[in-house]
Design a protein around this ligand. Structure first.
Ligand code: NI
Length: 198
């Protein structure tokens, strides 16, 4: 296995259409393994051929349910129901933005043994598949961004957008919830103290 160099925005290969793979050879299998290793090394959840300089219809994805190696992936169906969330991309460093994607997709692909498989994906998995398959057609998530979100230092406008779209970081929601619980407990303690006093 090997870590491959990730191409970044501005590299023309990211804007080209990747060619279908005709047969899953040992070389293709090796490339899929290298893509996975490169993806994990960079803390990514998905990577596509053009991002490592290979203009082939190959993606790897792992959103926590184990690795998928997909050859010639194709979206057969996408739900009308959509989801909105903040995305990033290994090829577009230091940029994040909110993107609308289908809530569910069904994707057909060849696995690493050239067996035809279909998967129905939902939520983050569906989002990731759409993002990676976009890469095979020269589309970057930046093209689809509704609102840039600076995750480190969001502007007031970005915070307002996040709040109104339910995109505030989970930690913050958890902190608020903990504060609410703490207030309730304090209130109860004060109430029982006053009960005793009377
Ligand atoms: Ni990407």
């Amino acid at each position: 296995m090997a870590i491959l160099t990730i191409r970044t925005e501005g590299d023309p290969i990211l804007r080209k259409t990747a060619r279908p793979v005709e047969a899953v050879t040992p070389k293709i299998r090796q490339l899929l393994d290298d893509m996975l290793e490169t993806m994990y090394d960079d803390m990514g959840v998905g990577i596509a051929g053009p991002q490592v300089g290979k203009l082939r219809r190959l993606i790897t994805v792992d959103v926590g349910e184990g690795p998928y190696r997909m050859v010639n992936p194709e979206i057969l169906w996408a739900s009308e129901e959509t989801q909105l969330d903040v995305e990033g991309c290994l090829s577009v460093p230091h940029f994040n933005g909110a993107v609308v994607r289908p809530q569910k997709v069904r994707v057909r692909y060849w696995d690493e043994n050239q067996e035809t498989k279909e998967v129905e994906a939902e939520g983050l998995f569906a989002r990731c598949l759409c993002h990676e398959i976009d890469h095979l057609d020269g589309v970057l998530f930046r093209d689809r961004v509704e609102m840039e979100i600076d995750l480190e230092h969001p502007t007031d406008e970005q915070l307002a957008y996040m709040a109104s779209h339910g995109l505030l970081p989970k930690e913050e929601e958890e902190v608020e919830e903990l504060e609410r619980i703490a207030e309730t407990l304090q209130g109860d303690a004060e109430a029982s103290e006053s009960d005793e006093a009377h």
